[in-house]
Design a protein. Structure first.
Length: 137
């Protein structure tokens, strides 16, 4: 299990280092984010890398709690699958602010058969400047 977490943090470090040279410009940030899809790491398959510009993100889920939207910074959202052993399949996501990162990582996940991404907490962390990692299957 420790090896899996180590691989996840190595992946996160690589992703941040690729984005760090683009602070302050939107087009290079988007390009750097999209290029992460082509990144090849051992025991890791990057499924998607999507750039989201800054703005309001509306969620019907949060309306139930009286918070209809989050103001979020520009971000790069990367989905990947870790396969440290032949019988493993660990799906995860990292949401990284590309401009207002506070230098911290907010990591949550219970793994196993939980099987979902809690988008409310992902938005909350991103709106507060955290990079957010979530392991969900």
């Amino acid at each position: 299990m420790a090896g899996t977490w180590r691989r996840g943090y190595v992946l996160l470090s690589v992703l941040f280092s690729m984005l760090s040279g683009c602070a302050g410009r939107s087009d290079p940030q988007a390009d750097a984010c999209l290029k992460l899809k082509d990144l090849h790491l051992e025991h890791t398959q990057i499924v998607a890398a999507d750039y989201y510009s800054a703005g309001q993100d509306i969620s019907w889920k949060t309306m139930l709690f009286g918070v209809p939207r989050f103001k979020v910074p520009a971000s790069c959202r990367v989905k990947f699958v870790l396969t440290p052993s032949a019988d493993s399949h660990i799906e995860s996501e990292v949401w990284m602010p590309t401009t207002a990162w506070n230098g911290r990582l907010w990591s949550v996940g219970n793994g196993g058969l939980a099987g979902s991404i809690d988008e409310i907490s992902m938005h909350l962390a991103l709106s507060r400047g955290y990079a957010r990692k979530r392991r969900h299957r």
